[in-house]
Design a protein around this ligand. Structure first.
Ligand code: ZN
Length: 240
């Protein structure tokens, strides 16, 4: 069984379609979404409906929460806030309700899924080093946990200590725990503009990261046509 783990789509329909096509080609039969379906880019409705139609486990991201609420976004960075205000207008009440009802943590097969961290999932903490990862591991009761949120693919392994290993192929070995950031479909920030996701091959206990080309010009054009901040289009090309 091969499961595609994808998240931080951020309303980038071209990237989402490219990832789903690649996953099908790679023999994935099951899908799990790390959240942040909307925010930043210009296709929130199409991305939400595409993910919803897949009827797969989805956890809630901070942008899903902000897009589905009516609270002030003043404390947020102004570019993200502008995109979220715009996103709120695009979505129907019913679509916002779907986002609002997403769960924070899911268990799927023998692994856990969360958008940010398991220690305080509603606080949206960023895991950028092994010390952040340690806090998560205290609350991780499955051998493997997948997450997103930073838009950077990362692998933390806990044996007697916690260390970060390169985000390449990962063999799941007895006696270790794994906390794995699957990267971002729709707004990668590791310097590589291509859409990122991971495949978990349960039979071989192997996790691989995939990078997928997509039609970035169309995504950028739609952002500008929607009059969203132009830096949202520019950053896609830089992978930042
Ligand atoms: Zn995100």
């Amino acid at each position: 069984m091969r499961i595609a783990l994808f998240g931080d789509i951020h309303a980038n329909l071209e990237a989402l379609e490219a990832v789903l096509a690649d996953a099908a080609e790679q023999g994935c039969t099951d899908y799990v979404c790390m959240g942040d379906v909307v925010g930043y880019n210009a296709d929130p409705v199409a991305c939400l409906e595409r993910v919803r139609a897949m009827d797969c486990p989805v956890v809630k991201g901070n942008h899903d929460e902000d897009a589905s609420g009516s609270h002030s976004l003043e404390s947020m960075n102004p570019v993200a806030a502008a995109a979220l205000e715009w996103t709120r207008v695009q979505l129907s009440d019913e679509q916002r309700t779907w986002l609002r009802r997403l769960r924070m943590v899911r268990q799927v097969e023998d692994f856990t899924v969360v958008h940010s961290t398991l220690d305080q999932p509603a606080h949206w903490n960023y895991v950028t080093n092994r010390f952040d990862a340690m806090s998560n591991f205290s609350y991780q009761f499955t051998q493997v946990c997948f997450h997103g949120h930073t838009h950077v693919p990362r692998v933390y392994v806990k044996t007697d200590k916690v260390q970060e290993v390169p985000a390449e192929s990962v063999m799941i070995e007895d006696g270790s725990k794994y906390f794995i950031n699957v990267g971002s479909v729709g707004q990668p920030r590791d310097g590589d503009w291509r859409a990122c996701y991971a495949i978990y091959d349960l039979d071989h206990r192997l996790i691989v990261f995939r990078r997928v080309d997509y039609d970035i010009e169309s995504t950028q054009r739609k952002i500008l046509e929607a009059k969203l901040p132009s830096m949202l289009a520019e950053r896609l090309a830089d992978g930042r």
